[in-house]
Design a protein around this ligand. Sequence first.
Ligand code: SF4
Length: 432
Amino acid sequence: MSHNFISSHKRDFSEIHKPKVSIKTFGCRLNQAETADIAASFVNNNYEVVPFGEPADICIIHSCAVTAKAESEALRLVRKIKEDLPCCKVIIAGCVSEVVPISRLYQFGADIVVGQKDKYKIPSLISASQNSTPSKIIPFFETTRALLKIQDGCNFFCTYCIVPYARGASYSLPFHEIIEKAHQLADLGFKEIVITGANIGTYNYNRKNLIHLLEAVESINGIERIRLSSLEISTVEYPLFYFMASSKKLCRYLHIPMQSGDDEILKAMNRRYSSIDYRAAIEKFLECVPNAGLGTDIIIGFPGETEEAFTATLKLVGVVPFSNLHVFPFSPRQLTRAAKLNNPVPSRIVKDRTQKLLELGKQKYKNFAEKFIGKTLKILIEKTTSENCEGWSEEYIYVISKKGNIPVNSIVEVIPVKYENESLRADFKEFA
Ligand code: SF4
């Protein structure tokens, strides 16, 4: 990805009142949720937050280390900003700052390296006199959905995953703080809240679990939709399925990483289930919430993945009615156990297998979406023009409706008429 920077930003300094900061976020929804808090800490310290790519006095790279690709993109970006804007202070925060040696980060041109626990205090690190406590929430989200962080860290130590090293042990945010933040987001006009964290199914604060949290968020006026980010199957209990089945606000969609359909590989990954457990839990889920959307992650080319193991994955993906597949080639991460395993899968084979699964994923998304043709779907409008409005359904299907000038952030009812270019085309029905 390339970014354009203005190499010398001549400005009328008499007009400048506030220093400008921009933030580039890599990686998951958890990082995106945290970016909003980092931005808030700057706004509360009298900085102006500008879109990334615009001239700024400070650029923050909020990095991701989950794959080697994400890590090197972040490092390349640090270097590019320093080349294009030598006067700009570049701060690297997030997972890369925890797992890459600090000397290497400085070599790439970072001016300041900020670890996970300090990332909301950056203004005070820059100037000790400034207030470092965000006093109010600032809605810096890239979509109409607001991200609500409830938990961080993970104790599961899947053998390929850097998260336990980069984010540390699992901890749950205080229940009352989360609910207060959800109220603030509702007051700011957000209708959809995405519950996010590194391993949200482990949420537990003073015996309040994820379902208690969902009940409390559901009772907030103004919030019309709640979406769950990725959940580990070993943390999902049936009460969640029943809750979703009866809830008026919790979107009928779960993203449950499967990673492999082969039991030997699942064991080598230190996943906490077998392929049979996975399938049984999904069957139960779909029995409770028929026609729900179901997403998953699959890692291709984990060390030792034989043709038989891949076939087992392909078969399981074939029988489980997934609507969204995220397919990742295995990326060995330093510190993890899987990085030391023998039997790497040749990259040509990884590419072929990835391609096969991506094609299967496209077909499954289409099959799932087509089930809704002729039925009423509710979509949250994210994009609008004079001719169309577009957005996601509860089940996470992208829908384009032929009705112009519908305000962004409205929830509307539509009736899909056909599937085209990875989305449903629909007739507009009414405002929901
Ligand atoms: S459950 Fe496994 S994959 Fe998910 S964050 Fe924890 S260690 Fe990583």
